[in-house]
Design a binder for this molecule. Structure first.
Ligand SMILES: C[C@@H]1N[C@H](CN)[C@@H](O)[C@H](O)[C@@H]1O
Length: 443
């Protein structure tokens, strides 16, 4: 630890640069696991961004991890489900003894994430319900003494690092229903002012610091915002973090005052390719496990692999969420997607990991194919999507030398002329997903 590298001023903290590991890693696993994983219920309504975050959204919230508020609003599918299934007297806290994590094996999770090709993990240490997944010294409302009765954060951190992955921690900085639990109906003011007290500002600052000191996370993933009453102290917290974890990174959800990387959540939209950013989303509409989301309701494998490649091509990382069940197992439909992604990356990852943005923008072409570009030094990589089963001819006017298919099973003919490169892929199958190629020296 280098106590003095950074001091508690914005000028000092802003000298921090995004470390190479976060640029190189491209793909992480987000984990939303908590009390809400017991009821595991939300209606399947919209992706975030499809409707305004107003009463319609909060009374029909597809985020299963919002179960407490979805009951607290007093109406809507989750409220009805709770009344019909558990009854009016059943409190959210009554789910805690039902969260036993009896089948949880952190080493098996870490092995799965490694097989998926993930390079980092981000775990919720405290979500909006205020329940801590680590033995905090500042509250008794934690998993060290309730529910699973173990240091979920510490045990997973050890397993993830043992598998050679980086470990990041999520913290709900500005919503904590243990401090302020008025029902939330709209994202505006009452959303960002959910915890308006100095007591909470002091509590959250101390918890964030204890997370840094106990676990030395490679990523501090704050959510919602940061108490205005402790904004002045933020440079001290960040300086302490960077002095403790020199190659650590923080996201842009500290009231937008500072970031190493920008975040998107579901909505893709236009990416600022000049800055490092990260796309996060669940495999369905929810981050917490939702029993109403089976295989057919989760993102398709072609769409998932396309999302990873398109995100990386635009200078982003994909933080793909898993919602484990209360017993500690990961739903089979989620495991299937992770393992398929991992197998694809084993064949095609050379143009993903360790790359940077190419000057060539992603192409959505008239013939229905898409081409995504990345770069490693002077070597160009590209991925073709939208091919049909069997034989496909793809013209690439911007390339003037032959290229190498990353998948050795591909039967490819190549023709270079003044019009550029013409690729004939003779044996495309849809389970090959996007096809990767290396164009050495053709940045
Ligand atoms: C990653 C997601 N962030 C939102 C806030 N935008 C949360 O409300 C949600 O539950 C999840 O944690």
């Amino acid at each position: 630890m280098n106590e003095t590298r950074y001091t508690g001023t914005w000028e000092s903290v802003k000298q921090h640069t995004v470390p190479a590991w976060y640029e190189d890693c491209k793909f992480g696993i987000f984990i939303h696991w908590g009390i809400y994983s017991v009821p595991a219920f939300a209606p399947r309504t919209w992706e975030l961004g499809e409707v305004d975050s107003d009463e319609q959204w909060f009374c029909n919230n597809p985020y299963a991890e919002w179960y407490y508020n979805s009951v607290n609003v007093g109406r809507g599918p989750t409220y009805e489900h709770h009344m019909n299934t558990y009854g009016r007297e059943f409190r959210y806290e009554d789910f805690i003894p039902m969260w036993k994590a009896e089948n949880w094996n952190p080493g098996e999770w870490a092995e799965l994430f490694q097989k998926a090709g993930a390079q980092y993990v981000v775990l919720t240490t405290k979500h909006h319900d205020g329940f801590c997944l680590y033995p905090s010294e500042h509250t008794k409302f934690h998993a060290g003494r309730m529910g699973p009765c173990r240091d979920i954060t510490g045990d997973l951190t050890e397993a993830v690092r043992g598998a050679g992955l980086k470990m990041g921690l999520y913290y709900s900085g500005l919503i904590d229903w243990q401090f302020a639990n008025d029902p939330i109906f709209v994202e505006g003011e009452n959303f960002s002012n959910a915890c308006p007290t100095f007591e909470y500002a002091d509590y959250s600052y101390k918890q964030m610091k204890e997370l840094v000191d106990k676990y030395r996370p490679s990523v501090l993933w704050n959510d919602i915002g940061w108490p205005k009453q402790s904004e002045h102290a933020m440079p001290y917290l960040l300086a302490h973090y960077y002095n403790t974890v020199e190659d650590g990174v923080v996201n842009d959800r500290f009231n937008g005052l500072y970031h190493d990387f920008l975040t998107k959540e579901y909505q893709y939209g236009k990416a600022d390719r000049t800055q490092k950013w990260e796309m996060c989303r669940g495999m369905g509409l929810s981050f917490g496990y939702n029993e109403n989301e089976g295989d057919d309701q989760l993102i398709s494998l072609p769409k998932l692999i396309r999302l990873l490649v398109a995100t990386v091509a635009d200078n982003g990382n994909l933080l793909l969420n898993i919602g484990p069940k209360a017993d500690g197992t990961i739903p089979t439909e989620q495991v299937k997607r992770l393992l398929t992604l991992g197998r694809w990356l084993q064949v095609n990852g050379k143009g993903i990991y360790g790359t940077r943005c190419s000057k060539r923008l992603s192409e959505h072409r008239a013939d229905g194919t898409q081409v995504y570009y990345t770069r490693k030094g002077r070597d160009l990589y590209f991925y073709i999507d939208g091919l049909k089963e069997g034989c496909n001819v793809v013209s690439l006017p911007g390339l003037h030398r032959t290229v190498t298919a990353l998948n050795p099973a591909l039967e490819v003919e190549q023709d270079v002329s003044e019009n550029g490169l013409r690729l004939t892929v003779k044996n495309y199958r849809s389970d090959l997903y996007l096809l990767g190629f290396e164009a050495a020296g053709q940045e």
